[in-house]
Design a binder for this molecule. Structure first.
Ligand code: FAD
Ligand code: NAP
Length: 356
């Protein structure tokens, strides 16, 4: 049933556990309810925020506008990729090679990790490395969520959305989503009106584990597993993540606060001379990614705090609410870190988290 609340506290709608109110909060369970809600939006609702589970959000003040929150549920097997050739396939290759892939259409309000669990339980593969990422299905397609060498763009088939200003309905194939590292067309200012209602994922019936990222393989070996099942891989990633990342149920946080900077090769070479052994990852012949967490740690911030906002002691990329922090306190910590990293490395960190 639709909820339409006034002066709503968003404390339980953001994983940073920061108090902040919105003027109006509308939650809908179906596309029809969403269209009905859009019909009620007036001049007072000109400022809109589309909100999922709020796991990538920092609230620094009350939101003087209307929050739209999808609770559209459902995970439905809708066929396979051979039955529905991709609209963007320019030759027959994708459809022909894809006949052993199923299509799963999920409501944007489903919890992403429930989708991963459902896929693993049913023998549909491709989502395992994205295990335990907080948030909802809708945001998975906005953020192009990624972890352990995988990105959700690789298993997205189609995104259905509604324009919150006009009620127009539209379907985007994966090429139209313009995916890039933690980025998509839905993040662009001229596309923020699209509220995602359903995402269709394509999953393989063949399990091809990706174990080469970080300590996945060594952790499996430690458990005496050479050829893991998808369930074993999922469990391994759950354990690795739980050991390193703060649980938002216990300690407020929004995951990686900053994006990992990608610098030009010339800059990288000069930094490497200054900091021999600096961790880095090749992005292209001209670009190199440097882990922001390492830079923050080098600035002495790991495990430290500024007021009630702190830097996680096991991963410096994660800022945490040590209890009762305001959004402004976290923002101040964020700005201090950006300034310190800039001074030390000449690199400007950019927040991954949406700051309101
Ligand atoms: P929100 O924070 O509510 O919103 C994120 C963005 O999506 C906003 O711009 C919002 O407007 C938009 N949006 C939300 N729903 C819709 C919709 N239905 N239609 C249109 N736009 C919408 N991220 C990773 O990529 N990899 C990780 O490994 C990872 N680990 C994390 C670990 C922790 C402990 C935490 C707290 C966060 C982590 N994150 C990670 C970040 C976060 O989980 C993802 O960005 C996630 O996709 C956010 O989902 P959400 O539903 O909470 O979105
Ligand atoms: P990590 O393994 O300590 O690595 C630190 C950073 O180095 C990562 O952020 C990753 O960048 C990069 N990296 C590591 N190995 C890489 C490789 N083989 N190739 C390319 N880049 C590599 O990271 P972590 O904190 O434990 O996180 C593990 C995974 O979960 C990462 O993929 C991370 O992105 C993801 N994660 C994301 C969030 C979030 O909120 N966005 C939060 C927690 C974890 P990339 O992040 O660019 O991959």
């Amino acid at each position: 049933m639709m909820k339409d609340l006034r002066n709503h506290s968003l404390l339980h709608n953001n994983t940073f556990a920061i108090e902040g109110r919105c003027r109006r909060f509308v939650e809908f369970e179906t596309k029809e309810e969403l269209l009905q809600a859009i019909g009620t939006l007036g001049d007072d609702d000109r400022r809109l925020m589309i909100l999922g589970a709020g796991s990538n959000l920092l609230l620094t003040k009350d939101f003087e506008g209307t929050v739209l929150h999808s609770a559209i549920g459902g995970m439905q097997l809708v066929g396979d990729t051979a039955m529905q050739p991709a609209a963007d396939a320019t030759d027959g290759t994708q459809a022909a090679a894809a006949s052993d892939e199923i299509l799963l259409r999920c409501g944007s309000g489903e919890k992403w990790d429930d989708v991963v669990a459902h896929c693993v339980a049913n023998g549909w593969y491709g989502a395992e490395n994205l295990t335990l990422i907080p948030g909802d299905v809708g945001a998975s397609a906005v953020q192009n969520i990624g972890a352990y060498g995988a990105e959700v763009k690789d298993i997205i088939w189609r995104v259905e959305a509604v324009d919150v200003h006009t009620g127009e309905e539209r379907s985007f194939d994966v090429a139209e989503c313009q995916y890039a590292y933690r980025n998509s067309i839905f993040k662009r200012a001229d596309h923020r009106q699209w509220l995602i209602t359903y995402v269709t994922y394509r999953l393989s019936k063949r399990f091809e584990p990706r174990l080469d990222y970080g300590n996945i393989r060594s952790e499996l070996q430690r458990r005496g597993i050479d050829s893991p099942t998808a369930a074993q891989l999922r469990q391994c990633i759950i354990d690795i993540r739980r050991a390193k990342l703060p649980d938002p149920e216990v300690t407020g946080n929004a995951g990686s606060f900053f994006m990992n900077p990608v610098v030009g090769r010339e800059k990288f070479v000069s930094l490497e001379q200054q900091y021999p052994g600096m961790p880095h990852y090749e992005v292209s012949p001209t670009e190199v990614k440097i882990p922001a967490g390492w830079m923050i740690e080098q600035c002495g911030w790991k495990g430290k705090a500024l007021g009630r906002a702190g830097v996680h002691d096991k991963q410096a990329l994660v800022l945490v609410n040590r209890g009762g922090a305001t959004g402004s306190e976290v923002l101040q910590l964020c700005q201090t870190i950006i300034s310190d990293v800039e001074k030390k490395f000449g690199v400007t960190l950019r927040p991954e988290v949406n700051i309101y």
